[in-house]
Ligand binder design. Sequence first.
Ligand SMILES: [Zn+2]
Length: 254
Amino acid sequence: MVQILIDVHCHINLYLTIDKIIKNARDVGVEKIVAVAMSFISQERVLEIARQHKEVYASLGIHPEEVKMNEKIEQQLDSIIRLIRKNKNNVCAIGEIGLDHYFIKDKELYPLQKTIFEKMLLLAQELELPVNLHTKGAEKTVFDTLPSYSIPNINIHWYSGPEKFLNLGIDRGYFFSITPAISYSPAVKKVALNVDKEHLLLESDGPVKYSGSVGVPAMVKNVLNSISKIKEINSHDLERQIEQNTRKIFPSIF
Ligand SMILES: [Zn+2]
């Protein structure tokens, strides 16, 4: 059986050269890319890119930083929910959603952020879809909120918060996706080390920059190799395991 790598979290709509990004990914074995929407306009764009490229799968949702970026987000919320419902058969997950109390310092925005997050979780529950979560600086609230919803599977993206909640997430069986920041970030290394191999996933979070270079899906190959070293697991075996993990959480992309 041919093994493949999957990038489970990429903002593919933000690249100018999508064909080249996909080709470079495939050249190193990255055959599937989950494209996560963030904003009002990116929902349709992500669906369109997924329609045009067989390697790309749409994950729709509202990013927690939208409360700062887009003053109309509250009014647009219902139409985004309608759009996701309408396209439910072409959506593999709800995300990128969550809370952010690190980049968003203005506490007056937190209630709206939470309202949006809870509506997104309710939608994931209704559509029986997994979620792709951002938790930066708001780990406690996110982890306190999740048990109230019945969601098939949870992907915590680029976790860098307190060890206490990392351990809680591990106990609850959440999946953790590891970014190229594993090459320099002690927090990311710790996640890769502590999470069992059955709950690890790979992501680029591109086009976020890593040490000055633009993040791209092809980089998840190096992420795999870094995890393999840290956990002292043969990279071929780890690749097979991570592919199985990805099948479990995002069954509709296979
Ligand atoms: Zn992201």
